[in-house]
Design a binder for this molecule. Structure first.
Ligand SMILES: Cc1cc2nc3c(=O)[nH]c(=O)nc-3n(C[C@H](O)[C@H](O)[C@H](O)COP(=O)(O)OP(=O)(O)OC[C@H]3O[C@@H](n4cnc5c(N)ncnc54)[C@H](O)[C@@H]3O)c2cc1C
Length: 374
């Protein structure tokens, strides 16, 4: 049986970043992905926002990896000509109560390490975003947008240049703990099964990460690793209205467990609204067109220029959540499973937003774990 040092499951932005970090000339690293190329799931179905880390609890992995990821991401984009734009974010208050919430959010964001946050007045908002309604706003200049496809291509190239092998069209079907590592059974697109031995197995399978942990023998309900699907829905803004707001604009306070429907400008100069988040039992990528009115009503208080007929259905991404509907937000799980008597297995579970922003920092975090094991 072929032997390898590290197998990574899943070529989303997280698996690719990990591959770019752990690949070395003297290490045998294989990244396996069930689709024919990278980023066919959540990593290409998101807002492409470089978050500053305003919303995450102090000391959480989400806060730490987002703040570090924000800095690393801008650096990577600049050095490698990856399209990005630090357009900045406004979190706006439209009434007195929300102004108090802004102050609290500012404090929390600063404690969590988010850079450059400050509150600006209604007049200042008018100067920079004249079509937006706000009594005050938090401004986050280090928030921006990035071309996620080009970022993933960059990570793939670094991984390949450092000797990693990438197996597209390979779906992991079996995992067996054996002395010194794992036997990993995978099926190619012709239905052929191949089994490899690896010392270290890294599960970054996104929406399937809970099921992969179960394949490795973990009781995912007891461990709280079961993934709950939560659709994130977008509508496109038409009728020339995309020109009416340049920044990422959110309403304060965020809905529990979600940052709420906001403007999502893209690098082509167009604009979506979203995501509207709701739990589902099955994965499908159909937009529910009946939600149009809900989108309209949600943004009316701060984006008065948008009219119902400006909105057209756009796309869906699925959040891999470990919290059920109504439960408070949970942190990323990134753990070496020694305590479960599965040494060499590293699980990444519930890598929802800000997973794209955090991806370069997650790669480093996992590399530090790998160094301890090898
Ligand atoms: C609506 C929405 C908006 C978001 N907006 C933002 C944002 O603006 N900014 C931000 O920072 N983050 C955002 N996120 C979060 C971000 O998109 C994710 O955290 C990130 O893409 C997760 O990457 P991943 O590599 O873990 O998962 P994925 O991209 O899902 O990759 C996992 C891969 O594993 C593969 N796989 C699964 N099972 C197997 C198997 N058995 N064998 C082989 N391969 C397998 C899959 O095919 C897939 O390619 C958003 C997410 C959503 C849903």
């Amino acid at each position: 049986m072929e032997q390898t040092d590290i197998i990574i499951i899943g070529a989303g932005v997280v698996g690719l970043s990990i591959a770019a970090q752990v690949a070395r000339k003297n290490r045998n690293v294989i990244l396996v992905e069930k689709h024919s190329g990278f980023g066919k799931e959540t990593s290409s179905r998101n807002s492409e926002v470089i978050h500053a880390g305003v919303y995450y609890p102090k000391g959480s992995l989400k806060a730490r990896l987002c703040v570090e990821g924000n800095i690393l991401l801008y650096q990577i984009c600049k050095e490698n000509s990856i399209p990005h734009n630090p357009i900045g974010k406004l979190i706006v208050a439209v009434n007195e109560e929300q102004i108090k919430d802004l102050e609290e959010l500012l404090e929390k964001g600063r404690e969590s390490g988010a850079r450059d946050l400050r509150i600006i007045s209604s007049k200042e908002v008018q100067e920079i975003e004249p079509h937006v309604t706000a009594k005050a706003a938090i401004i986050s200049p280090s928030s921006g947008i990035v071309d996620s496809h080009r970022l993933m291509k960059y990570f793939e190239t670094v991984a390949k240049n450092n000797n990693a092998t990438i197996g597209y069209g390979c779906e992991v079907k079996l995992i067996e703990k054996v002395p010194g590592g794992y036997q990993v059974g995978m099926q190619d697109t012709d239905g052929e099964m191949l089994t490899l031995f690896t010392r270290i197995l890294i599960n970054s399978a996104g929406l399937e990460s809970g099921n992969i942990a179960a394949l490795a023998g973990i009781d995912i309900d007891r461990a709280n690793y079961r993934i709950h699907y939560c659709k994130g829905e977008y509508f496109q803004v038409r009728g020339g209205k995309h020109k009416f707001a340049r920044r990422l604009i959110y309403l304060s306070p965020p809905q529990p467990g979600s940052v709420g429907i906001h403007t999502v400008p893209d690098l082509q100069g167009m604009m979506k609204l979203g995501p509207y988040d709701y739990y589902v039992d099955k994965i499908d990528y159909n937009v529910d067109e009946t939600h149009k009115e809900l989108f309209y009503e949600s943004v009316r208080p701060f984006l008065p220029f948008i009219e119902l007929h400006d909105l057209t259905p756009d796309m869906i991404g699925i959040h891999p959540k470990i919290q059920k509907h109504g439960e408070p937000m949970k942190d990323f799980i990134i753990v070496h499973e020694e305590e479960r008597k599965l040494p060499g297995l590293i699980n990444l579970i519930g890598i929802e937003s800000p997973g794209l922003t955090s991806s370069p920092a997650i790669g480093r975090y996992v590399e530090a774990m790998v160094k301890e094991i090898i």
